[in-house]
Design a protein around this ligand. Sequence first.
Ligand code: PXL
Length: 278
Amino acid sequence: MKRIVTIQDISCFGKCSLTVALPIISAMGVEAAILPTAVLSTHTGGFKNFTFRDLSEDIPKIFAHWKNEGIDFDAIYTGYLGSFEQIDLMKEFISAKPDKTLAFVDPAMADNGMLYPGFTPEFARHMATLCAKADIIVPNITEASFMLGADYIESGYDRAYIKDMLRRLAALGPKYAVLTGVGFEPDKLGVAMYNKEKDEFSYYFNEKIDAKFHGTGDIFASACVGALMRGKTLKRALEIAADYTVLCIRLTMPDRDNHWYGVEFEKAVPELLKMLEE
Ligand code: PXL
């Protein structure tokens, strides 16, 4: 069984970061080790007065202990990080990894043209230096724009614009750059991918559901890295992750008023497992 370590916060309530990564990766038949970077009472997207306990102090000690124990991973998957210091710690951890370990970075920090509460454009530029060390990065267009210092364009862009953005993301350092939330037609949304070594682009689109939920980027990233660990190609893993994320949203729609804070990803797990068998 492959083993992933996923490094991001625990938002105790809210269905994002570790509370989705852990169950999704486990359900996919992949071992999920975790490193919680912070504990929050809820995520920061729509709740007021949430608590935030920074666990940065523990991170180097945890890494040192793992090193002493000879613990290693098939993939390192980082998500939401709460500080510049945590970004630097992840850079050190990835720099020290064995070659066989996949470094998968989701620079979770922004959406819909805006940074999440507490983040600054400087933080985004710093996150770009972590992306530089990754094998695969999966920003949405907002995150990519902030990391590249580019203006955010919500819609109406063309393929040339997305290709240029992917090339600039790949130039930061990763082997593969993925952009999520890409749409060239009003009723379609999907992902675009660039393989730097082969200078090759690919796209995958699904129906666009007219609703926004928190945590869907984390669900997408978790399913993608899980599928990679189950032996899928990146192209297929992106399709599986996109289809799973759309299904999670679709199944949440009937109860959307009670679930504005996150999607009912649990309901779509049986379909996700079927996709792994195909
Ligand atoms: O889903 C991304 C995410 C992760 N962690 C925290 C968040 C968010 C998005 O708002 O607030 C704490």
